[in-house]
Design a protein around this ligand. Structure first.
Ligand code: PLP
Length: 344
């Protein structure tokens, strides 16, 4: 019955870490003299790259992250790839990378997932196929300026369920010693440079026992921006609250969860969130594609600790939102917003 199982490679799906796994193919497109090539499926894991490529020196690079899932009835579906195509377009525009047409992006996702169908984790394992598109400026150039040539690549990578024995809440530290992004910078774009800039803050948190760090707005240090690779959400009574800021990445997971919250009758607020509001929140989560929601049970801010829920117990609203989104992704709950894109 299960078509994926028949052809799946044998991997310990349930225990796969969020680490690189070699698959059969990646897909590559080249931009030269104003147009994109037709796209080639290749097995080589390495890129032929000129050492003077602006991606290497000046960070002219943008990327995406999304997932595909195996459903109970044997389909393979990608989750909201159109949104990733649009976001990549916005990121690219900001750093002068030529636009990747939406149809080309979707076709690339379709072709690369189809070619690696045996790496799509079977339904019921909780695992998924992580899809990583990236676009880089490649033509040789020494002075600062946009590259003359580009490469768009998508590789896929099976990843295990983020939470093996159920949800695990984490402690977060508000880092004021580092900024992730400036108000008029590129914090709202998924571009490589943001993440190198965030390594310092992340390390600072880890050394102090906090697996995740939360950034405040860099101008006033008064509003909550986001975690290093995930958006901030808070639940207060029947309200879903998330930050509004020019320097945060518009998360597709956050958008999806906020729609689910409204479907469930909750109130939705997207607005500047003052750090002083922390003591009023019932539940806090870090949201993004990799984990969907990481519940945060403690936030340290200067010499204060704000606790959410009790101990390792995860709040009921975050649990409900998580369960619903994961069910929709696996095809176990009605996809009434048309979020699933079938890889036929
Ligand atoms: C990718 C990313 C997110 C999460 O976005 P999703 O579309 O939900 O995966 C949040 N914040 C930052 C900084 C990110 O890079």
């Amino acid at each position: 019955m299960n078509m994926q199982n028949k052809t799946s490679v044998s991997l310990d799906w349930k225990n796969l870490p969020f680490e690189y796994v070699k698959t059969d193919y990646n897909i590559r497109y080249y931009w030269k003299e104003g147009k994109w090539s037709a796209g080639d499926l290749v097995s080589d894991e390495y890129l032929p790259l000129h050492m003077a490529a602006p991606a290497l020196h000046y960070g002219q690079e943008a990327f995406e992250g999304l997932k595909a899932f195996g459903t109970a009835d044997g389909r393979v579906v990608a989750f909201r790839p159109v949104e990733n195509a649009r976001r990549l377009r916005r990121s690219s525009e900001r750093i002068f990378i030529p636009a990747i047409p939406e149809e080309m992006f979707l076709d690339a996702v379709h072709r690369v997932v189809d070619a690696n169908r045996s790496f799509v984790p079977p339904y019921g394992t909780g695992a998924s196929l992580y899809i990583r598109p990236l676009v880089i400026g490649t033509g040789a150039r020494v002075g600062l300026g946009p590259a003359s040539e580009y490469m768009f690549i998508i590789f896929v990578n099976p990843v295990g369920p983020y939470y093996k024995g159920g949800f695990k809440p984490v402690k977060a530290l508000i880092v004021e010693q580092f900024d992730r992004a400036a108000p008029l910078g590129v914090g709202d774009c998924k571009v490589g440079g943001n993440y190198a800039a965030g390594l310092g803050g992340g390390q600072y948190g880890k050394e102090r026992g906090y697996p995740v760090v939360l950034y405040l707005d860099s101008k006033e240090k008064r509003y909550i921006d986001e975690f290093s690779t995930s958006n901030f959400i808070a639940i207060r009574n029947n309200t879903y609250i998330t930050s509004k800021s020019n320097s945060i990445l518009p998360s597709i997971t956050n958008d999806s969860l906020s729609i689910i919250a409204r479907d469930m009758g909750m109130i939705f607020e997207r607005r500047p969130v003052e750090v002083s509001e922390l003591e009023t929140f019932d539940e806090v989560g870090a949201v993004g594609t990799a984990a969907v929601i990481t519940p945060v049970n403690l936030i340290r801010y200067r010499d204060r600790e704000y606790v959410f829920g009790s101990g390792d117990r995860v709040g009921p609203v975050i649990t409900k939102l998580y369960d619903r989104l994961v069910k929709i992704q696996a095809g176990d709950f009605e996809d009434k917003h048309g979020w699933l894109y079938e890889i036929t």
